[in-house]
Design a protein around this ligand. Structure first.
Ligand code: ZN
Ligand code: ZN
Length: 581
């Protein structure tokens, strides 16, 4: 669930805008015509990808299940070709700045989809590719329509489950073992949603008993087809299974399409490696300064990484309790908002509240904290700051979380997820009038903004104690090391042992955190680059913008202008803000 979840959160959950309906087709190739084209593009896409549509809150095709295989891939390839032709009829330079961004986003998306089908071919080697479960979970758990209506759509969608999993088994050839294991885990979790949660929900409705019987019978058949897929995966044998490592060539391609960066993956890796050295230097300085305060006359370790590690360890003991975790976060948010206001960093909209809640059960246990924002078509939905529940957890496990999210880092977490991070960014994205930027939003822009926000708060004096600064560096190092790790594992063959040593020794992570990261890098690629890439590109852009504006530069104006483009890739925002085409 971690991967699916992080993709949902970083890419698809961010909302925007209104759908224009009932417009007459226009003959010109100008901006009106382009907006019209976007609407047609999206509806055609949703018909081909009903699960994706459900996830972004477009519920017209909820009852459909797209059977995978040659037929659906060919339909997608035809769609891509058709849309590329349509797009080619527009002259990008004649479009407004905002439409030109959409144009480039769409062009990239079409190339990316084509590459996924014709080059990457993960439908062959990634069994998690066949995951109908999240769409079913969405229909069941999101309250966008009356329960009865949602359950009937759920029922119709289940009709093709046996065909769906039969086709999945036909497609899979020599899959990656790590992805096979994850798929088994996800599908096993999914059985409950189909069999138990669905059936339990039926009892809360006035659907006639005879109809309910049909519905539960079909759920049983659907659950059987999931079990069949699980045992198919469990019984797969391969002498030489495909490696989870993407390899340098595929990695660079995927990075280019997904991150849409100014840099190549190799360049980003080199910069992250430099940044890590700098951060270590700063951390050593701060730790030296703090040593006497916490260790008195005790001798400092000769190895500076050991010294840093001991100071961090001591500071981590200051933390809240399992029972008070949620209320501590709730009390932080108004303070963060007041600080942003007092330093004039950003205008915040008080009209859209952020609700703190415990992780819903279907998130699984892996995610510590995340932000759920309304989907692009669901602008009246709530924003939630989801946090793991520590009560009821074994004491040592809860303690480990509390040390990781100690009094210092818990504030940085709230800056990242909440203010001025993801939540504040989302409120701005909501006002940007483009569904395209919301649906194909850049994960690097979204994560980069949150990482940038952490530093901005500290740079403006949010807490200028050396303790906070040191802890922020540790936190920041996580983003930096995510990039180093992902590239080294997928393109440079880094072993598990080397990876764990790197994370525990050079990024000061606990063993459990490092193990979790190793697991994540085995079932995802490139996504871990989004944090540092986005941050680096935003910092670069701010420098260039400062130079451009001279005396007229104001931080607040930069921030608000940057956010006004919705979730567009930083590279495209850069072109817009610096005024070149
Ligand atoms: Zn403790
Ligand atoms: Zn984030």
């Amino acid at each position: 669930m971690v991967r699916k979840l992080s993709i949902l959160i970083t890419v698809f959950f961010f909302l925007v805008g209104c759908q224009k309906e009932g417009q007459a087709p226009l003959v010109t190739k100008g901006n009106d015509s382009f907006s019209n084209y976007e609407d047609h593009f999206l509806d055609a896409l949703w018909k081909l990808s009903p699960d994706w549509a459900t996830g972004v809150g477009y519920h017209k095709y909820d009852s459909l299940l797209n059977i995978p295989g040659d037929k659906s891939r060919n339909a997608m390839l035809n769609f891509i070709k058709l849309q590329q032709d349509s797009l080619a009829r527009f002259e990008a330079n004649d479009l407004t700045e905002l439409n030109r961004m959409d144009y480039r986003i769409l062009r990239n998306q079409l190339e990316y989809s084509n590459w996924q089908i014709t080059v990457l071919k993960s439908y062959q080697w990634d069994p998690t590719h066949y995951s109908a479960i999240p769409a079913f979970a969405h229909i069941l758990n999101e309250h966008y329509a009356p329960l009865t209506k949602r359950l009937r759509n759920f029922y119709q969608k289940m009709a093709d489950m046996p065909a769906y999993y039969k086709e999945a088994q036909k497609q899979i050839k020599n899959p990656v073992p790590e992805l096979t294991a994850l798929a088994i885990e996800q599908q096993t979790g999914g059985i409950n949603i189909i069999e138990k949660d669905f059936t339990d929900s039926l009892k809360k409705t006035a659907i006639p008993a005879a109809e309910q019987k049909l519905m539960t019978d079909r759920a049983k058949i659907a659950a059987e087809s999931i079990r069949g897929y699980i045992s198919f995966l469990q019984n797969l044998k391969s002498d030489k299974p495909r490696s989870f490592r993407l390899g340098k060539e595929l990695y660079e391609d995927k990075f280019r399409y997904e991150i849409q960066s100014t840099y190549t993956a190799q360049q980003l890796f080199n910069m992250a490696t430099e940044r890590k050295k700098q951060v270590h230097k700063e951390m050593a300085k701060l730790s030296k300064q703090l040593w006497p305060k916490y260790f008195g006359k005790k001798a400092m370790p000769a190895d500076s990484l050991d010294m840093i590690s001991q100071v961090l360890d001591t500071l981590s003991a200051k933390h809240t309790t399992a029972a008070a975790l949620q209320s501590t976060i709730e009390s932080q948010l108004p303070k963060l908002a007041a600080f942003v206001k007092s330093k004039d960093l950003l205008t915040l909209d008080p009209g859209k509240p952020l609700l703190v809640r415990k992780n819903p059960a279907y998130f699984g246990s892996a995610a510590v904290a995340s932000l759920s924002a309304p989907g692009p078509y669901d602008k009246n939905g709530n924003s939630y700051y989801n946090i793991v529940s520590l009560t009821g957890m074994p004491a040592d496990k809860a303690e480990s979380y509390l040390r990781e999210y100690n009094n210092y880092t818990l504030q940085i977490l709230s800056i990242h997820e909440g203010i001025p991070g993801h939540y504040a960014q989302l409120v701005y994205a909501n006002k940007a009038p483009s569904l395209i930027k919301a649906i194909f939003g850049s994960g690097a822009m979204v994560e980069g903004w949150a990482v940038y926000g952490e530093q901005m708060m500290l740079d403006n004096g949010y807490d200028d104690s050396p303790e906070m600064k040191l802890m922020w560096y540790k936190w920041h190092l996580r983003s930096v090391c995510n990039s180093i790790l992902d590239f080294n594992v997928h393109a440079n063959n880094l072993s598990k042992e080397q990876a764990i040593t790197f994370l525990t020794h050079e990024a000061f992570q606990q063993k459990a955190e490092a193990e979790g990261k190793w697991k994540r890098v085995g079932v995802s690629s490139v996504q871990l680059d989004s944090y540092y890439d986005g941050y680096k590109e935003i910092m670069d852009l701010r420098e260039a913008y400062k130079t451009k504006m001279g005396d007229k530069y104001r931080l607040k104006e930069f921030n608000e202008k940057f956010l006004s483009y919705g979730n567009a890739p930083v590279k495209l925002i850069r072109t817009a803000m610096l005024g070149s085409k």
